[in-house]
Write a protein of this length. Structure first.
Length: 323
């Protein structure tokens, strides 16, 4: 890759989300969308026609022509696709969850090391300005509460709700709390699918911070909200509305007069574009990877441990998951 030359990119998997990746790359300056790849050739052809690139049925057909790729295939195929790309030195933007198992995540990390390739994991909320506001102001969290609720969508049922939705908040919590975990308690049940559709997890850290997370994909009301409490401050992030509320105390005043609220509305923004631009800048060596493979693995490992706790609880109640 020559300096100042366009970054040549392919998108592997152009279903619902992959199509958006292709659209963003096609609109970027300094990026050439070489191809879109999908086993459903008619889908690949349609997205290729829309974005002005060529279609392919196998990512191996384009490996010699690209510098980077977005991997947006189902989670069970992440290792199969990402490892050959990374070992060949092709930088990868890998959608979340990073892999189907921690062992597969380790294989992906090793491939990135071996190939000297940039690996970014698609925890999109890290690029949400409401979450960025939160990250800049949280110093020593004592209690964190997160709710991520959505309506039912058939396309998201290849994984359970912990790996589908809660993992976003697990990644955010791990980025905010710099302490080992001492205890995990979790419950969850399958409702509309054979997999767990609603779950709650309580994570206790060695420094005393507690995080309580709820995720549901069978809710009638959507919500993506995180609340953080620390000494002298309460900070919330509404990820859907891209708004923050921060309440601090004025040490020179007392009572209600000491409470200082601050509202922040970030307005409309393209979070996916921000994420992919950050990936391209990392490929160019212009910035560090914001959500690297280590962060992706940590969120996955925590999600898997939460699922293990849920499984144990279901077995005790004679309600083992069917899938």
């Amino acid at each position: 890759m020559k300096k100042n030359s366009p970054i040549r990119v392919a998108v592997v998997g152009v279903g619902y989300l992959g199509r958006f990746h292709a659209q963003k790359y096609a609109s970027m300056e300094g990026v050439e969308l070489v191809a879109v790849v999908d086993v459903d050739h008619s889908r690949a052809e349609a997205v290729a026609a829309e974005t002005g690139c060529r279609a392919a049925a196998d990512f191996r057909q384009v490996m010699d022509e690209i510098d980077a790729a977005s991997v947006v295939v189902p989670t069970v195929y992440h290792q199969e696709v990402a490892v050959p790309l990374l070992e060949a030195g092709i930088h990868c933007m890998l959608e979340k969850p990073m892999a189907a198992t921690v062992e597969e995540a380790d294989a992906i990390l090793e491939a990135a090391r071996k190939g000297g390739a940039v690996l970014q994991v698609g925890h999109l909320e890290r690029f949400n300005p409401a979450v960025e506001f939160l990250a800049e102001r949280v110093t020593s969290p004592l209690f964190i509460e997160a709710h991520r609720l959505s309506g039912f969508k058939e396309r998201a049922t290849d994984v359970d709700v912990v790996l589908d939705l809660m993992i976003h908040d697990l990644d955010i919590v791990l980025s905010l709390v710099r302490s080992p975990i001492s205890e995990i308690r979790a419950v969850g049940v399958p409702v509309l699918t054979p997999r767990v559709d609603i779950a709650n997890a309580r994570i206790i850290f060695e420094d005393g911070c507690n995080a309580n997370l709820t995720a549901s994909r069978i809710s009638l009301q959507a919500m993506r909200r995180i609340r953080v409490f620390q000494a002298g401050a309460y900070i919330s992030a509404d990820c859907s509305e891209r708004k923050n509320l921060m309440v601090t105390t004025d040490p020179e005043k007392s009572g209600m007069a000491a409470i200082v609220p601050e509202m922040k509305d970030h307005g409309q923004c393209d979070i996916l574009m921000a994420e992919l631009l950050s990936f391209i800048r990392a490929v160019r060596g212009e910035e560090e990877v914001r959500v690297d493979g280590g962060a992706g693995r940590a969120a996955l490992a925590l999600a898997m441990e939460i699922n293990r706790c849920i499984e144990e609880g279901l077995k005790k109640r004679g309600l083992e998951r069917l899938g």
